[in-house]
Design a protein around this ligand. Structure first.
Ligand SMILES: NC(=O)c1ccc[n+]([C@@H]2O[C@H](COP(=O)([O-])OP(=O)(O)OC[C@H]3O[C@@H](n4cnc5c(N)ncnc54)[C@H](OP(=O)(O)O)[C@@H]3O)[C@@H](O)[C@H]2O)c1
Length: 337
């Protein structure tokens, strides 16, 4: 593997910071590291194992000489700048949803559908963080038995909405905790907030993402469409519900699956235990606190379906900033190199 000139776009954000950490931890063969963000943080320096790196303003940075650009600065920035970086010679690995459904853009969960990268034309998309964790647990079973129907309910942490999501949870938790009696008996004071549609402190919001006329959110549509694209199975029936929970890091999904042929729990466990990047927990159920800061997706509560037999119910939880975003992006970069 030769050394690569890498840029992290959105380097000061929740995902970007994890990208830098992941490049460091995996000793990615770097010839040069460039960090880009908005005018707000341009001019600051980030300490890395390759030295202190100046943060450049994406708006006027020169993309020449970059081999791989890891984008995580929001969809608008990806739409505006990713094509410019590709024209300048970079391969863009994009964390936003801007290109995920484009036919000539591979949507890759490293370890699940690596082969799809071969068809890229300059941009490779990183899947949505909830779909990513779910696919790690679903894909091995799908390959063995042919997934027909997936009912998935997500429990998504606030860091899925970036640094501002984490800040809002902390602030609302503190504000609402000033009157614990009101949390139990009613009469709480709205803590205010501009990110989530309802208070997330001490609460659960039954629709993560933006609702559309269908009654589903964009996060739910991502679960449907990205599952089908990654598994290359457009006919899979997906019933999604995406819920926002007052957790800092870690997206969990409760999944109920039916297949072309009945799948026994013993076989499902064997398949999952053989899957790199998955850790099966049988003694106790994994929680978001267990997965925070970890690369593996933790799978537990693997059990047979009750109503319609032959299916599998399971619980998967993964760090949305690592496998759900930064780690997978770096793994894609490793596959390219
Ligand atoms: N959080 C997750 O779990 C997750 C998972 C998968 C994918 N993603 C995607 O990754 C992207 C970033 O998410 P995040 O959670 O890291 O958000 P974040 O914490 O809010 O960070 C946003 C980053 O984008 C930069 N940025 C914002 N506006 C910019 C502009 N006009 N020009 C250049 N840079 C700009 C910010 O720079 P400043 O610091 O200078 O403002 C910051 O570095 C989003 O597309 C998100 O959908 C997030």
């Amino acid at each position: 593997m030769s050394d690569w000139r890498v840029a992290v776009v959105g380097a000061t954000g929740a995902v970007g910071r994890n990208m830098i950490r992941t490049l460091e931890e995996r000793s990615f063969p770097l010839a040069d590291l460039r960090l880009l963000a908005s005018a707000r943080t341009a001019g600051s320096k980030v300490s890395t194992r390759w030295g202190d790196v100046l943060v450049e303003d994406l708006a006027d940075a020169d993309p020449a000489g970059i081999d791989i650009a890891l984008f995580s600065a929001g969809g608008d920035r990806s739409r505006a700048y990713a094509p410019v970086y590709v024209t300048a010679g970079a391969v863009v690995i994009d964390n936003s949803s801007a290109f995920r459904q484009m036919p000539d853009v591979p949507l890759v969960v490293a370890g699940v559908n690596d082969h799809a990268i071969a068809g890229h034309r300059g941009i490779v998309a990183n899947p949505n963080c909830t779909t990513m964790a779910l696919m790690m647990g679903v894909a091995p079973l799908h390959r063995a038995a042919g997934l027909v129907k997936l009912v998935a309910t997500s429990y998504q942490s606030v860091s899925g909405a970036g640094q501002r999501g984490m800040d809002e949870l902390v602030r609302q938790n503190e504000s609402l905790a000033k009157d614990l009696e009101a949390l139990a008996a009613g009469g709480w004071t709205d803590p205010g907030g501009d990110l989530f549609p309802r208070p997330i402190g001490w609460n659960v919001i039954p629709h993560a993402g933006n609702l559309d006329d269908s009654g589903y959110t964009d996060e739910e549509w991502k679960l449907v469409n990205e599952t089908r694209k990654i598994l290359e199975a457009a006919a899979i029936l997906v019933e999604p519900t995406c819920v926002r929970v007052p957790v800092m890091v870690g997206h969990a999904v409760a999944a109920s699956m039916h297949f072309e042929r009945p799948l026994a729990v013993e076989e499902a466990l064997q398949l999952l235990e053989r899957t790199a990047g998955v850790e099966v927990w049988t003694e106790r159920a994994p929680t978001p606190l267990d997965c925070a800061g970890r690369d593996e997706v933790l799978v537990g509560r693997v059990r047979p379906t009750l109503g319609e037999t032959g299916g599998i119910n399971l619980w998967a939880v993964g760090d949305n900033l690592r496998k759900g975003a930064a780690l997978n992006a770096v793994q894609i970069a490793e596959l390219l190199s």
